[in-house]
Design a protein around this ligand. Structure first.
Ligand code: HEM
Ligand code: HEM
Length: 243
């Protein structure tokens, strides 16, 4: 298993600020690969949504009303962003099997008894039937399971995208992605799915940012900052990771 090199820990907030009775300490939870792939996916998705909506219904014509080659450039930008997106998703999936424990697939699939119990506890917290969520060091059980679905949606975007790309790739080797077309009942089916899944992903993003803000506020452990710095602030007497 690879060992992540942790950067210097930021100064811990005061105990009063963190809202914990006992002592707290900085804990390195997200290594560089997890953070880099997260932000590469976020930034490329912003470009993909903007350019994708223009491909579906062009609005970037300018005042003259003449389209020129605008949509052509928009498609090129979409394809470059698509490469960044696909490579970042691919790298993150590989890292789930080669990276350190807290980046691993067990953070996503609830195979342990404790994660299965925490799944229900976290759900009760989200629907306000529990005042605090079960404590978690890495992803909480419900967030982890949601990310499995999100990575599934990423894969659908990549497969439908490459299937559509193959249609205009003519004689280049990229035309070999045509093998994917029957999976989606042709290019039009791929296009429909590509478009619908974009809206599902955008729905997730709204919920994701809202719940990152909520858990950060309630748990007062720096969850929101952790995806930038890599560190959360956790009680010294916390339970160890569930493996
Ligand atoms: C989250 C990521 C992505 C989003 C949000 C997104 C969004 C979109 C949208 C909204 C469209 C227009 C569909 C329509 O006509 O109704 C589109 C078209 C397209 N996308 Fe994506 N896309 C993403 C990733 C990808 C990837 C990874 C590829 C891989 C090459 C790709 C390739 C394409 C192609 C080939 C088209 C059709 C272009 C055309 O017909 O001119 N997209 N995308
Ligand atoms: C396109 C937008 C976004 C998408 C698709 C997205 C998706 C994800 C995914 C899949 C993970 C799991 C990371 C992994 O283990 O590889 C994650 C973690 C995380 N994201 Fe995002 N994210 C987005 C935007 C944001 C933004 C804008 C913020 C904060 C301002 C944010 C905060 C976080 C935090 C704090 C975590 C780690 C904590 C946890 O949920 O377990 N994300 N995100």
């Amino acid at each position: 298993m690879a060992r992540a090199h942790a950067p210097e820990a930021p100064a811990a907030p005061t105990l009063a600020a963190a809202g914990h009775g006992g002592a707290i300490e900085p804990v390195y939870v997200w290594d560089l690969i997890v953070r880099l792939t997260h932000w590469a996916i976020v930034l490329s998705m912003i470009v993909l949504v903007f350019t994708g909506v223009d491909i579906a219904r062009p609005f970037l014509h300018g005042a003259s009303g003449k389209a020129g080659f605008t949509t052509g450039y928009v498609r090129i930008i979409h394809f470059y962003a698509a490469m960044v997106f696909s490579l970042a998703v691919f790298a993150r999936v590989i890292w789930m099997f080669l990276g350190p424990r807290r980046s691993g697939w067990r953070q996503f699939v609830p195979v342990s008894r404790r994660r299965q119990r925490d799944l229900i506890g976290t759900f009760l917290f989200y629907i306000m039937l529990r005042p605090t969520p079960p404590p978690a060091i890495g992803h909480n059980a419900l967030a982890g399971l949601t990310y499995v679905a999100v990575f599934g949606l990423y894969v659908v975007m990549i497969l439908t995208g490459f299937a559509m790309y193959s249609v205009s790739a003519y004689t280049s080797y990229m035309s070999s992605w045509q093998v994917l077309l029957p999976l989606f009942h042709g290019a039009q089916g791929a296009r429909w799915l590509h478009h619908v899944v974009m809206w599902l992903l955008l729905g997730f993003v709204v919920h994701h940012v809202a719940s990152a803000l909520l858990t950060s506020r309630v748990e007062k452990n720096g969850t929101l900052d952790s995806i930038f710095s890599g560190y959360k602030f956790l009680p010294r007497d916390r339970k160890p990771d569930d493996e």
